[in-house]
Design a protein around this ligand. Structure first.
Ligand code: HEC
Ligand code: HEC
Length: 284
């Protein structure tokens, strides 16, 4: 029922074009977190479909925006706090915690949230923060890798990325075959799938600024992940968000940690180049 409404709304807004009634500009408010000004609008990198890259924060309701701006109110900060405890917890046969090797995360993890995914020569493919955590658990701690979206995995990822709060996203695409993965991600981004025959671009590019039901369509940026979502009352990882969007097209969705989702993560992260890391962002 709601899905049918989604297609007809999209079809309707597509026909109405820019004169569509269900269209609104993102806010021009500024986002300041803990006294630090976030970059929520940035000039797009060369080859980008938009002139300006926009944070999803600009598209949300005033209450949601206010919650993200206030770290004491932001429920995602509880996940960050818990992630800090996981960081210091000894686990596995080597008797080590993350801190045993990496020390103070505010120093050692300062750039990670803004620069991942990055090229990993050992596996000959990109690696994102969740995969790096699992790699270190297995290889360096003698601990089991986390299952996809395990609570501790999301909280530890949020803790690590939060260390880069405010830092502009800047991936290094010159390493290894990052360009090839970027291209694969781009191809997927524009591929229409599912019974609704929609691509990521159908919603986040062609219909950016329009409404699907109560949802103001943003550019679908990932600079605030893992994000706290009011509607689930918990943290959501990048790959889970992608899978949720694909499910909404009534399409097949790729496996967790699959190459398809990783390629999409590389490409979509690039689409947000220049935006501040906002982890943990707050969404509806
Ligand atoms: C025994 C030491 C050791 C432990 C324990 C360890 N790591 Fe690592 N970590 C490394 C080494 C060495 C590297 C760099 C090379 C590599 O990837 O193996 C690294 C790399 C990383 C990176 C990438 C940093 C960058 O700037 O590219 C992250 C993120 C990271 N580790 C997170 C963690 C987390 C989270 C934990 C705890 C779950 C952890 N590590 C536990 C040794 C360790
Ligand atoms: C049917 C329309 C639709 C399609 C197709 C779609 N999305 Fe979304 N997506 C949404 C809506 C609605 C939201 C929530 C409002 C917003 O931020 O745009 C959302 C949110 C997101 C977010 C979170 C943005 C933020 O600021 O937190 C990301 C990331 C995202 N989508 C990525 C994707 C990717 C990648 C694809 C393709 C695999 C995709 N979406 C396909 C409708 C769609």
């Amino acid at each position: 029922m709601t899905r049918t409404l989604t297609i007809s709304l999209l079809a309707a807004t597509a026909c109405l074009g820019v004169a569509g009634v269900a269209m609104a500009d993102p806010t021009t408010d500024e986002l300041v977190i803990d006294g630090q000004e976030m970059i929520t609008r940035a000039p797009a990198p060369e080859g980008h479909p938009f002139d300006e890259v926009l944070s999803g924060w600009l598209f949300r309701e005033p209450e949601t925006r206010a919650t993200e701006a206030d770290s004491f109110e932001n429920p995602g900060m509880l996940a960050v706090e818990h992630g800090g405890e996981v960081w210091n917890t000894v686990e596995g046969t080597a008797g080590k915690s993350c801190a045993s090797c990496h020390g103070d995360a505010s120093e050692s993890m300062k750039m990670v949230g803004a620069s991942f995914p990055k090229w990993d020569a050992a596996t000959n493919k990109p690696i994102d923060v969740e995969m790096q955590i699992n790699h270190c658990r297995e290889k360096n701690m003698g601990a089991e890798p986390y299952k996809f979206d395990a609570g501790d995995q999301k909280d530890l990822t949020a803790y690590i990325k939060h260390q880069a709060l405010g830092t502009p996203v800047h991936m290094d695409l010159s390493q290894g075959d990052m360009q090839g993965w970027w291209q694969k991600g781009k191809d997927l981004y524009y591929t229409r799938t599912g019974q609704l025959n929609l691509s990521c671009a159908s919603c986040h590019e062609a219909n950016m600024g329009k409404f699907i039901r109560a949802d103001h369509l943003s550019q679908g940026q990932v600079n605030g992940f893992p994000t706290y979502r009011f509607n689930t009352g918990g943290m959501v990882s990048i790959m889970n968000r992608f899978r949720g969007c694909l499910r909404d097209t009534r399409g097949e969705f790729p496996a967790a940690f699959s190459d398809d989702l990783l390629a999409l993560e590389v490409y979509v992260t690039w689409r947000g180049t220049g935006l501040s890391v906002e982890t943990p962002a707050v969404r509806q």
